[in-house]
Design a protein around this ligand. Structure first.
Ligand code: G3H
Ligand code: 13P
Ligand code: ZN
Length: 334
């Protein structure tokens, strides 16, 4: 049993309280490998942004959960080496699917866990989330619950339909479970194909597809029921069209990949939404850079020559998100 505090990590409680008051959101970036982790920590250190490193089930299967946890411990020391004296880094389990998964991550040193009971009948979701909270709070680990179902298909996280969060349930859910934050469904979804072209209209100036707006009325109703309660948005990649274009230019085949427009996320970040989850955009940035090297320098075979540019491109993306979308730059202690 390791406590996250001994690893220099922090939980989300204070971070979220400050973010709600300050009208910004904390970036929650998924990581599966060293280059992603380095890019996240470099971006957060340079901008002095609090940051959440998230580990999904797919990441644990791909890279090994224990290894990722040690990388997060290393990330704290790395941030200090980069000149960030008091790093504010959370290690978070993304989409925990069972009590045992959450418990094993808490015991390993995670400072925050999500228990995703959103696909369960309401009472089962309440019971499971409450069980995780009771265990986690003994160690001051914070817990994210979820109400409402996101649409979209992405590896382990899949659903072909969505149900917006019912604002009538949130007080009961938050009170009975004791969760520290709540992920809600307002029209975001996982992956790079969040909307079909038929759901969008064409912007006459850019010729790009513009998706329908998020259900801000649902968010407003949730905030009215639970004033000041930390809200989380999953599926918040914007699917940058320049990265999609680069991928397609150099042999990729991404068709009509559509994300959440940044201005919608900017608006959400100013509200009680204090954690915004981004994974797909980082995948796109990495793939675009790797494809470009492979296509333009076919003789290159040193992985550092393509993973290095991939890391740079992800770092650029993370800094852009922090500064221009979430507004979390300069919000951490030096
Ligand atoms: O919420 C989904 C994240 O993007 C994680 O995806 O399970 O493929 O690692 P993954
Ligand atoms: P994206 O697929 O939009 O990046 O969402 C990631 C996410 O919600 C991780 O939990
Ligand atoms: Zn998610």
């Amino acid at each position: 049993m390791v406590n996250y505090k001994d690893l220099g990590l922090v939980n989300t409680r204070e971070m979220f309280a400050k973010a709600i008051k300050g009208g910004y959101a904390i970036p929650a970036f998924n990581f599966n490998n060293m280059e992603q982790m380095q890019a996240i920590i470099q971006a957060a250190s340079e901008t002095k942004s609090p940051v959440i490193l998230q580990v999904s089930k797919g990441a644990r299967q791909y890279a090994n959960g224990t290894l990722l946890r040690y990388m997060a411990e290393g990330a704290v020391e790395y941030a200090k080496e980069l000149g960030w004296e008091h790093p504010e880094i959370v290690l978070h389990l993304d989409h925990g699917d069972a009590f045992e998964t959450c418990k094993s991550c808490i015991d390993l040193g995670f400072s925050s866990v999500m228990i995703d009971g959103s696909h369960l009948p309401y009472e089962e979701n309440v019971a499971l989330t409450k069980k995780v909270v009771e265990y986690a709070h003994q160690f001051d680990v914070t817990v994210e619950g979820e109400l409402g179902v996101l649409a979209g298909v992405e590896d382990e996280v899949s659903s072909d339909h969505h149900t917006y969060t019912n604002p009538e349930e949130v007080i009961d859910f938050a009170t009975r479970t004791g969760c520290d934050s709540l992920a809600i469904s307002i029209g975001t979804s996982h992956g790079a194909y969040k909307f079909t072209p038929e759901q969008c209209h064409v912007d006459p100036q850019t010729g790009r597809l513009v998706p329908p707006p998020l259900a801000f009325d649902v968010l407003d109703a949730v905030m009215e029921k639970l004033p000041g309660f930390p809200i989380v948005l999953h599926g918040s990649s914007s699917v940058p069209q320049d990265e999609v274009d680069t991928i397609n230019k150099y042999g990729g085949a991404l068709k009509a990949a559509i994300g959440i427009p940044e201005e919608q996320l900017r608006k959400a970040a100013k509200s009680a939404v204090c954690k915004i989850n981004i994974d797909s955009d980082s995948r796109l940035a990495m793939t675009a850079a790797v494809r470009e090297v492979f296509a333009t320098k076919p003789a290159e075979f040193d992985p550092r020559k393509y993973l290095g540019p991939a890391r740079e491109n992800m770092k650029k993306l993370y800094i852009h998100k922090i500064k221009n979308v979430l507004g979390s730059d300069g919000k951490a202690a030096n």
